[in-house]
Design a protein around this ligand. Structure first.
Ligand code: GNR
Ligand code: NI
Length: 172
């Protein structure tokens, strides 16, 4: 067990497309345990494996932020089956610390995935969980929420991060 360092934009690892998990080995389960610990420590409501430098299609989520143990969801090889509606919500990301932006995404989604036990599951999500699912799926495909912001807002965030890096007050 242990908390893993979270990669920050503009790390190129965050831009790679992650590979499907073939079999859920002990090594994968160990990684998942560390991802869970890292997500709760951050704290965050979700975490994708590439945020801790592993290019595998794994995401963990808990929109109760650890208040309800049963709210923890581990998705291996998640696939979006359908999405419905549109909602605006203020989104943030542990890999883009200190910046948020309002984003339109589907209000509800249906997603299938493999569980830690190797079972296939289908989940219907709405609200913050639907938001987190779409955000984590983006990570697995090399996207960040800032890519979906209006160009003005996106460029402003990128400029501020560049400046912060120059000043040595932003670590990545
Ligand atoms: O902790 C997180 N909060 C959040 C808020 C709104 C929309 C998405 C998220 S996910 C984010 C954690 C994270 O970066 N996961 O990849
Ligand atoms: Ni994120």
């Amino acid at each position: 067990m242990g908390i893993l360092p979270i990669l920050h934009y503009p790390d190129e690892i965050l831009r790679q497309v992650s590979e499907p998990v073939e079999t859920v080995t002990d090594e994968i389960r160990e990684l998942i345990d560390q991802m869970i610990e890292t997500m709760y420590a951050a704290p965050g409501v979700g975490l994708a494996a590439n945020q801790v430098g592993v290019l595998k299609r794994i995401a963990v989520m808990d929109v109760s932020s650890g208040k309800k143990p049963e709210a923890l969801i581990v998705m291996i090889n998640p696939e979006l089956l359908s999405s419905e509606g549109e909602e605006s919500y203020e989104e943030g990301c542990l890999s883009v610390p200190n910046f948020t932006g309002d984003l339109n995404r589907a209000g509800s989604v249906q997603v299938c995935y493999t569980t830690t036990e190797g079972r296939k599951m289908t989940l219907c999500a709405e609200g913050l969980l639907a938001r987190a699912v779409q955000h984590e799926l983006d990570h697995l495909n090399g996207f960040l929420f800032i890519d979906r912001l209006p160009v003005m807002k996106r460029d402003m965030i990128k400029r501020k991060i560049k400046k912060a890096i120059r000043q040595g007050v932003y670590q990545y």
